[in-house]
Design a protein around this ligand. Structure first.
Ligand SMILES: *Cc1c(COP(=O)(O)O)cnc(C)c1O
Length: 184
């Protein structure tokens, strides 16, 4: 369960939201209190200028799968942290032939997609989160389900692949891992 935060903001144009700096996280704590109040694990941030477009989930990048297109916020506003996991997700999806777009996406479009059944998956990505599937959004006091609230196939495949490559259990055909030394 994720609380759509439409009062407080994480990052604004001209600020430091694109960087992993401690000062960004202080303000986020107050916003997380709201999430807890609504029994949500974290917040979905909206853009500071219009409170309209989705940006990130807590301290992770956010992905939305609607009508077989996977959408994530573009980096040009300077308000999105360019996560290494975000980049890995985009590269894997492209390799698999999944349509992936870095473009602005309005919260209203996500709510409409939840209602008409075209919202297939939402997941967060980050080093700590790896891939975290989202089952439900709470927006303005109403719950909106993400498909059947189960882990979606794209999120599951991304998790299995990323975690598998990190732990050496899945062959790395992306050139992401380096051998530091032999254990024997
Ligand atoms: C750390 C972080 C992420 C994820 O970045 P990774 O490099 O994938 O770990 C995304 N958003 C914010 C705000 C972060 O602090």
């Amino acid at each position: 369960r994720i609380f759509v935060q439409d009062t407080y903001i994480r990052a604004a144009r001209g600020g430091t939201g694109y960087a992993k700096v401690g000062g960004n996280y202080g303000g986020g704590m107050r916003a997380s209190l709201d999430a807890m109040q609504y029994h949500c694990k974290d917040v979905l941030w909206l853009d500071a200028a219009e409170n309209k477009y989705v940006e990130e989930i807590g301290t992770s990048n956010a992905f939305f799968r609607i009508n077989d297109e996977v959408i994530t916020a573009p980096l040009d506003s300077g308000t999105i942290l360019p996560g290494i996991t975000r980049n890995s997700v985009i590269m894997l999806l492209k390799k698999w032939g999944v349509k992936v777009s870095e473009r602005k996406l309005a919260i209203d479009d996500i709510i409409a997609a939840s209602k008409d059944g075209s919202l297939q998956e939402i997941f967060a990505s980050g080093t700590a989160a790896v891939i975290s599937p989202i089952g439900c959004l709470n927006y303005k006091g109403t719950d909106y389900k993400v498909a059947d609230e189960q882990v979606g196939p794209v999120a599951q495949k991304l998790y299995d692949t990323l975690y598998g490559i990190q732990t050496g259990k899945v062959e790395d055909d992306m050139g992401w891992t380096y051998k530091l030394f032999d254990l024997d």
